[in-house]
Design a protein around this ligand. Structure first.
Ligand code: SF4
Length: 64
């Protein structure tokens, strides 16, 4: 199963992902984190992946 994560080095804190899908993303110390990677359907998360202006949101294979 894949899960989403935010590269905090890249995030410029624009707020898009946090406002689009707050079930998954929130600000922590001024940068977005995926606090609940499975908190929303993949297609909604994908909108954030596609919409992030600096492409800071990525998928990765979940560790077992
Ligand atoms: S959309 Fe991208 S740059 Fe904007 S807050 Fe989310 S991760 Fe950061």
């Amino acid at each position: 199963m894949k899960e989403v994560y935010v590269d905090r080095e890249q995030c410029i804190s624009c707020g898009l992902c946090v406002s689009l899908v707050p079930e998954v993303f929130r600000f922590e110390e001024d940068k977005s984190i995926a606090h609940d990677p499975h908190g929303a359907p993949e297609n909604r998360i994908q909108e954030c992946v596609d919409g992030c202006p600096v492409s800071a949101i990525h998928w990765r294979e979940e560790q077992e």
